[in-house]
Design a protein around this ligand. Structure first.
Ligand SMILES: Cc1ncc(COP(=O)(O)O)c(C=O)c1O
Length: 440
């Protein structure tokens, strides 16, 4: 290592080009900076991307087709909460959540009044991808008459086995009783959605997974077009960013008009106010009603401006991430280090996070390796400390041994599109040095 010139490798800086900066300036100069035309355009383009996989799909030739399908908001947490509220999740309901995820997956259900039941992951994760995916057998045994939703997390951008998940909820149909309307317009909508679904809802936390796809019932489908409801994160550290931000989407439900669903996302995200700021600018149209004491979590046009230009570049960003993953795969395979598999015959990940696991080591040794890499200037991370270990969730992981075992020897390597080829080579060299040194 004597010839080594030290580099500083950041974990996940945002990749913002001049085109995003220019579009933000255009938004600022336009006179419309809150939710408006740029947000609506981003929603239509995301809807088309999620359905077709094409980031440049011409949505303007048929804008109605792509409207009312995606709602842009200020975070994935808000998107997940609104998904659950539109679905009618409430006190007395149970929502099953993987023990291995970020707090927002669970907290959004708790905000709705539901009881969260954690499910352990498969031992060492999925057999092929090694992603810390739900143990489907345990999940099956946890379903009760109160279970209203299962939240699947496409962690690191790797897509869960939705065929298995849908087969489980179909097989438990007899336990499911749909919500009866409480007479309010929102309660009436939720009741119709639950009746249309007719089983426990499959809700996807796709905070990491914009652009990921999987063969589902014989056809390649993009995340957002698989589960009943999906939430995406556009937080600064994500593949695709609007600084903060997120989006909600849902599958069409028989007998329920998407326009009506979209309207309720607007109401829930804007104080329950029946006219948004743009509608109120029309001459003489000042008056509005508040139909529910709801939330404030809309996306602004400044955020959407970043998103529009990120979407133009997104295919290239995904390809760059995949190229870095290939380099990491090669190094890890040579060293015999277990790592995530982001691409299989039936699944293409969004290449968001790269986990390695040093099997057989304990937490102290893992933390020592993280410190050593930091000494060489390589920033790493751990995704995640299982939720049951957190104070808010009881500080006890004994019922989730697979989640604990997965966490204790995991390191997340830096994976971002600002890394040069030389940076990636440097990280690979440091991995070799640190792990061979530790083995010696
Ligand atoms: C798995 C998962 N779900 C949800 C979220 C919440 O995203 P946001 O910060 O956009 O609310 C995150 C954020 O990192 C996440 O990792």
């Amino acid at each position: 290592m004597s010839d080594l010139i030290r580099r500083q490798i950041p974990f996940s800086p945002p990749d913002i080009s001049e085109s995003e900066i220019e579009e933000v300036c255009n938004a600022l100069r336009s006179g419309w900076i809150t939710t408006g035309p740029r947000t609506k355009l981003l929603e239509r383009r995301l809807a088309a991307y999620i359905e077709t996989g094409d980031t440049h799909f011409d949505t303007e030739s048929d804008p109605d087709r792509w409207s009312n399908r995606v709602v842009c908001l200020n975070s994935a947490t808000a998107a997940e909460e609104l998904n659950l509220r539109i679905l009618g999740i409430k006190e007395g309901d149970e929502v099953i959540v993987p023990a291995y995820t970020y707090t927002a997956t669970a907290s959004a259900a708790i905000h709705c009044g539901a009881t969260v039941k954690f499910v352990d992951i498969q031992k060492d994760g999925d057999a092929v991808t090694h992603m810390p995916e739900i143990d489907y057998n345990t999940l099956d045994s946890m379903i009760t008459e109160k279970t209203k939703a299962i939240i699947a997390v496409d962690l690191s951008g790797i897509v869960c086995d939705y065929e298995k998940l849908f087969a489980i909820v179909e097989s438990k149909k007899a336990l499911f009783t749909p919500l009866e309307s409480d007479g309010t317009p929102l309660g009436e909508l939720s009741s119709r959605i639950q009746k249309s679904i007719g089983r426990i809802a499959v809700v996807c936390d796709a905070a990491h997974a914009l652009g990921a796809s999987r063969v589902f019932n014989g056809k390649r489908r993009y995340v957002g077009d698989i589960a009943d409801f999906t939430s995406f994160s556009f937080h600064a550290v994500k593949n695709f960013t609007t600084a903060e931000g997120g989006a909600a989407t849902w599958h069409s439900f028989d007998g329920v008009d998407n326009k009506e669903i979209y309207k309720f996302y607007q109401l829930l995200s804007l104080h329950g106010q029946n006219k948004d700021a743009l509608a109120k600018t029309k001459v003489g149209a000042w008056e509005y009603d508040i139909i529910g004491p709801w939330y404030k979590c809309n996306m602004t046009d400044i955020m959407a401006a970043i998103g529009l230009r990120q979407l133009d570049r997104y295919q290239g960003l995904l390809e760059r991430r995949e190229a870095i993953i290939k380099q990491y795969d090669k190094t890890c395979d040579e060293l015999g280090i277990s790592h995530l598999i982001h691409h299989t015959n039936c699944m293409d990940s969004s290449n968001h996070l790269y986990f390695i696991r040093i099997l057989g080591i304990d937490i102290e040794t893992r933390n020592r390796l993280i410190e050593k890499m930091a000494e060489y200037g390589v920033a790493t991370n751990v995704h995640y400390k299982p939720l049951p270990m957190m104070t808010a969730y009881g500080n006890d992981c004994s019922d989730y041994p697979n989640a604990y075992d997965y966490y204790k020897n995991l390191i997340t390597l830096p994976l971002n599109t600002l890394l040069s080829d030389d940076d990636v080579k440097y990280v690979c060299r440091i991995i070799c040095a640190v792990f061979l040194e530790d083995k010696a």
